[in-house]
Design a protein around this ligand. Sequence first.
Ligand code: GLN
Length: 309
Amino acid sequence: MNVKNLEEILNRNRSYTNQGETANYIPELAYANPQQLGITVCTPRGEVISVGDCEVEFTMQSISKVVNLIVAVLDNGPEQVFSKVGMESSGEPFNSVAELETKAENKPLNPLINAGAIAVSSMIKGRDVEEQFQRVCTFLSKITGKENITLNERIYESEKLTGDRNRSLAYFMKSTGVIDTNVEEALDLYFRLCSISVTCSDLAKIGLFLSTGGKIQGEILHKNMPKAVQIALSIMLTAGLYNESGETMMKAGIPAKSGVSGGIMAAPPNEMGIGIIGPAINSKGNSAAGVKILEDLSSEYNLHVFKKK
Ligand code: GLN
């Protein structure tokens, strides 16, 4: 792998940025530059290669759902978490309301759709939202090696102000007992996590952490970390790109998670961590150019999980 190679992949897919638009249902997200495009790759040998617009910060959005899930699994154990949230992929949009009522026990289908992630947020341990948020940030800080994990206040306020759909999901889950703590606090934590600022290289480092089975600088920090990471990777593979997960699994075959700010974090097992940014998103809420770049990286570096190595 080298810079030229990655630049070639980036340029080859640049025109796909015109096939998407920045998210506007969270008004502040609409201000992102739809032409922005960047890739960072981190390898277990310590190489970090960035090409394109990698220095621009953006918010994690749904990519935070993966970190949220791992902390909740470490806090409660997988049985407790999955007594409230399912393990199945969903053919519906990430913020579907109808699906929640029609599925068994009214459980959200998986932890990577909005309903599932809000339910998972309600399970993070801490005295209050601030402590819960700081615990997730401390974990992120260890993974990325970044001392200060910060929240983008403008996006956070915008999310809170316009998050009625997420509120409806949360209150419905309260009514069915999926959420048995304070709903507003679970929502507040969810909005804060979605609003965490990152760069492409932070995403690549999260990817590398997952790809290496949960190691941070060669060390496993919690005895249940490998299990929690295995769970996260499995759900990323089947549900990480919402109702585009099947297609991505077939074409790229890499556990990955997208967010509506246009980020994609990917973790081909034992290979590398990948961070992609391209704020123009397609109708499924995934970076239009980002999904194409992921496919190209997969074929270029032989990363499909089912490809014979
Ligand atoms: N904050 C966004 C929301 O709740 C996250 C969704 C996403 O990234 N797909 O709608």
